[in-house]
Every structure is written in structure tokens, then in C-alpha cells.
Write a protein that binds this ligand. Structure first.
Ligand SMILES: [Zn+2]
Length: 132
């Protein structure tokens, strides 16, 4: 934030400008998956507006139209098994994390690391940890 930003009052309606960062979650309709689902912000403009998003399910990158109301943190009706670090996950599986809530595995990074898309952003978790 630098100084005070004077917004031009061209329109009477309030425009709430949120800023985003790469890796955050945004809900969008995926034409490939044909469903409204969580996407990962892949590219943002200098002003923090979303430029491109990618679908963690099919991997499609698409443009993001600003002005479409984003419903962050929409709860899924699907019941998910609690996150278990000893379990081995695959991309596309969903889990319930005790702190972050419902998440979907977007990618297996390393044999012991997975990227999980939560209601706000992607977090890296461990999995396949062998109990000793
Ligand atoms: Zn998709």
C-alpha cells in the first residue's frame, strides 16, 4: 500500500477491488470439466487482479473475467476423509484437514509431498509417511 489511493467515482456502484496472489484459490466454471470448481490463480497483474487461472483437475489454463463474483470457500457437499499423513494420495483426491478444512489434491510433487487446494490457497503437505 502506498499512500492514499483516490478512487474515481465514475459509477455510483461500489466496486470492491480485491487483490490476489499466485497460488490462491478462486472458484470458476471450467468448460473442460463442465463444472463450477476451485481453480488456482496462475498469473496476476501488477494491480493484483487475476489474469489467468488453472484448473487443478484437468490442468486447463484459462483467462479470468473480473467482475464475476467469486464465492470463496464454498463448502462441498461431498464428505471427505480426514487428512492422514501416512496415507498415499493421488491428484484429484479430496481430504479434510483439521486446520485448513476441505482440500483437493492437485499434484503429487515428490513421493512424500503433495499440493492441496484448500478454500483459500494451495498448501504443500506431506503424505506417504511411514509410521515407525
Ligand atoms: Zn477443469
Amino acid at each position: 500500500m502506498k499512500g492514499t489511493s483516490v478512487e474515481k467515482a465514475e459509477k455510483a456502484e461500489k466496486v470492491v477491488k480485491e487483490t490476489y496472489a499466485i497460488g490462491q484459490r478462486i472458484d470458476k466454471f471450467c468448460e473442460i470439466c463442465a463444472e463450477d470448481r476451485g481453480h488456482v490463480v496462475a498469473l496476476v497483474t501488477k494491480k493484483g487482479q487475476i489474469s489467468r487461472v488453472s484448473c487443478p483437475k484437468c490442468g486447463t489454463r484459462s483467462t479470468f473475467k473480473s467482475g464475476v463474483p467469486a464465492r470463496a470457500g464454498r463448502a462441498s457437499a461431498k464428505a471427505s476423509a480426514p487428512y492422514d499423513r501416512t496415507r498415499t494420495y493421488r491428484a484429484g483426491q479430496s481430504l479434510m484437514h483439521p486446520a485448513f478444512g476441505l482440500g483437493e489434491v492437485t499434484a503429487v510433487i515428490e513421493p512424500l509431498k503433495i499440493d492441496v487446494l484448500f478454500s483459500d490457497r494451495v498448501r504443500r503437505l506431506i503424505h506417504s509417511r511411514v509410521q515407525t
